[in-house]
Design a protein around this ligand. Sequence first.
Ligand SMILES: Cc1cc2nc3c(=O)[nH]c(=O)nc-3n(C[C@H](O)[C@H](O)[C@H](O)COP(=O)(O)OP(=O)(O)OC[C@H]3O[C@@H](n4cnc5c(N)ncnc54)[C@H](O)[C@@H]3O)c2cc1C
Ligand SMILES: *[C@@H]1O[C@H](CO)[C@@H](O)[C@H](O)[C@H]1NC(C)=O
Ligand SMILES: *[C@@H]1O[C@H](CO)[C@@H](O)[C@H](O)[C@H]1NC(C)=O
Ligand SMILES: *[C@@H]1O[C@H](CO)[C@@H](O)[C@H](O)[C@H]1NC(C)=O
Ligand SMILES: *[C@@H]1O[C@H](CO)[C@@H](O)[C@H](O)[C@H]1NC(C)=O
Ligand SMILES: *[C@@H]1O[C@H](CO)[C@@H](O)[C@H](O)[C@H]1NC(C)=O
Ligand SMILES: *[C@@H]1O[C@H](CO)[C@@H](O)[C@H](O)[C@H]1NC(C)=O
Ligand SMILES: *[C@@H]1O[C@H](CO)[C@@H](O)[C@H](O)[C@H]1NC(C)=O
Ligand SMILES: *[C@@H]1O[C@H](CO)[C@@H](O)[C@H](O)[C@H]1NC(C)=O
Length: 610
Amino acid sequence: MRSAYASFFAVLGFVVRSARGAVYERYEDLPSVSGFDFVIVGGGTAGNALANRLTENPDFDVLVLEAGPSNEGVLDSIIPFFCDQVVPFTPWDWNFTTTPQEGLNGRSVVYPRGHILGGTSSVNFMAYLRGSSQDWDRYAAITGDEGWSWDAIQPYIRKNEKWTEPADHHNTTGQFDPSLHSTSGINSVSLAGFPRPNIDPRIIQTTQELPDEFPFNEDMNSGNHLGVGWTQATINGGRRSSSATSYLGPEFISRKNLHVLVNAQVTRLLKTGTTQDDKPEILGVEFVNGDDTTHKLTVRATKEVILSAGSVGTPHLLQLSGISDETLLSPLGIPTILHNPSVGRNLSDYPLLPNLWLVNSTETFEKAERNTTVAAEQLAEWEKNEQGPLVDTLLDHLAWLRIPNNEMAFWDNFEDPAAGNHTAHFEFLFSNGIIPGTFPLPPTGNFLSIVTAVVSPTSRGSVTLNTSDPFAAPLINPGILSSTFDFEAMKFAIRSAQRFLLAPVWKDYIISPFNGLQNTTMAGSEDELDEYVRANTATIFHPVGTAAMSPAEGVEWGVVDPELRVKGVSGLRVVDASVLPIVPAAHTQVPAYIVAERAGDLVKKTWGAL
Ligand SMILES: Cc1cc2nc3c(=O)[nH]c(=O)nc-3n(C[C@H](O)[C@H](O)[C@H](O)COP(=O)(O)OP(=O)(O)OC[C@H]3O[C@@H](n4cnc5c(N)ncnc54)[C@H](O)[C@@H]3O)c2cc1C
Ligand SMILES: *[C@@H]1O[C@H](CO)[C@@H](O)[C@H](O)[C@H]1NC(C)=O
Ligand SMILES: *[C@@H]1O[C@H](CO)[C@@H](O)[C@H](O)[C@H]1NC(C)=O
Ligand SMILES: *[C@@H]1O[C@H](CO)[C@@H](O)[C@H](O)[C@H]1NC(C)=O
Ligand SMILES: *[C@@H]1O[C@H](CO)[C@@H](O)[C@H](O)[C@H]1NC(C)=O
Ligand SMILES: *[C@@H]1O[C@H](CO)[C@@H](O)[C@H](O)[C@H]1NC(C)=O
Ligand SMILES: *[C@@H]1O[C@H](CO)[C@@H](O)[C@H](O)[C@H]1NC(C)=O
Ligand SMILES: *[C@@H]1O[C@H](CO)[C@@H](O)[C@H](O)[C@H]1NC(C)=O
Ligand SMILES: *[C@@H]1O[C@H](CO)[C@@H](O)[C@H](O)[C@H]1NC(C)=O
């Protein structure tokens, strides 16, 4: 937690509450408590986008049930730079931690998920990445549905994205390719709105000094993301753009057929019948509203229940509802409605390691963290006109890189797990200081972070019920660094980051590696590097795959078909990041939005509204 800023657990006083018509806190206040066509479980990234698209049709009545509170006035969610303090362990987090991770010397690590309207889009770091074209073409190949291919999803990218000028309205020529972007979508996307002159020019200069290993990429959202470039982020001027602020914006939430209930935690999906072809029909939803967790309410959808509870919540709810592996459910006394061992399995997420260097500058994040006057000035600048250093995320530039084909010593041992030859194996995330929460603030010194992440991991993990109590956390085991590939690729990424800083432009900037990294740079230091990786790796919180798409027929695995219907039951779809069978070499909010945008068309088509 950043010390010099005040704690903003309280909500912002000057934001007028109830600016919106149809976000309800109490079920009794809803105008109609029966007869919803669609009930969406989870008002998160994907859930709100889908609710928006379905209510474009005035004949569809939609109810969204969100466990968390409203996002309105939550300053830590609104101010982009406070993204590191909105979670973990706040009222806006589910407060999950992983099981002890063997690959991390038995450590458990935090696993935040947004518990607030907007879901994880209200608490994430806002980086905007579509993935490589090969990631999407691989989804099409795995599912046998060309509708998931890179070419086919372009309309959904455009429907989501609303390109917006950065807060400082600087000249962005050369920092992105306008021809790749849409100004007609709903969710704002922008470049940084406050310069970081101590590191921005050095990073760009490195792409000129070491162009072979670190080429410049003007726009990493073209489908070919390899190289180093400027970060695009879901920010609108000086504010976060989330699914709640965008897809539930005033012009949408005022629709008479859109109803959003917050503080409504779903505890189970209910079987409401059996179809003619003998499938369980799942059109009922059981939930609690507010603090009284003993009083269960139920609601029935007339057309579909749509599960958008995210990569942890979705498999957890399927399991609580008896849709999972029978051998997991019966010891807990949960009757099996559908035996499917794939539910909650194949969790795919990527490991991350925040590497630190001491630097010769005072203009890093540490400046405001150690000086309450500076922090107060920055906040005052934001409050006055939404300008200054708080308008940006903590991420500076990003790089998407491959372990070259001619690294024979490496590739002799592994098959290439990336989606294709222009898809990255690892990523750098540059940050102008220590990212709070990743390492305790030292009393002195200024820092540069190059966070390394393995974005083509082969490790797989799981989300499984621990108890039948719907209010208890599930067991989350992402299997971080449980494969040799992930471990060796992380070491390769760190060596690459060390080479990045050997470019001449860093000569008077980098003082020394920090936090044990210095011990890995000596000759014969492979053991130190191994130990450093096990001791310092965590995760970037991009889980997918726990309710994975597969071909509709002919395979023994998978939870949903390519049109996102839960296989083996009727009435139920999953629309969130959990359906992606393998983590893309990207951050996962844009993929979640793409899933939701396409789902909007798929559902409309099913019900004759397209
Ligand atoms: C700290 C952090 C930083 C990140 N940074 C980035 C980034 O910079 N860029 C990026 O692209 N991605 C980032 N991600 C990942 C990305 O935000 C998520 O992958 C994406 O938002 C997931 O969307 P979703 O719709 O699948 O789930 P969510 O957005 O998590 O939505 C699920 C919703 O369901 C609700 N819910 C769950 N269970 C229940 C229940 N039982 N009853 C009712 N409601 C329920 C939740 O409260 C939540 O609102 C980050 C994630 C984290 C945690
Ligand atoms: C998470 O922890 C915070 C801080 O202790 C608490 O306020 C919040 O209610 C917790 N979240 C949930 C979903 O229980
Ligand atoms: C922005 O910069 C580019 C090149 O750096 C220049 O050609 C262009 O004229 C500038 N645009 C404006 C509006 O100043
Ligand atoms: C995990 O996914 C792979 C395909 O990517 C599949 O072959 C395997 O059966 C899946 N495992 C489970 C338990 O679903
Ligand atoms: C904190 O910042 C203020 C404003 O820039 C400055 O005047 C003051 O000297 C700083 N305090 C310390 C202890 O560095
Ligand atoms: C990727 O593979 C294709 C087809 O094999 C080839 O034409 C292309 O040059 C390769 N691209 C790179 C970047 O290696
Ligand atoms: C799992 O449940 C057991 C028994 O109820 C409990 O002691 C344990 O803390 C739970 N584990 C987690 C990770 O919540
Ligand atoms: C720190 O930077 C200054 C210039 O800003 C330079 O003169 C000095 O040599 C640098 N110190 C180190 C240790 O690199
Ligand atoms: C790095 O090496 C030094 C000298 O051997 C040692 O004192 C220190 O504990 C090591 N640091 C870490 C984090 O391993």
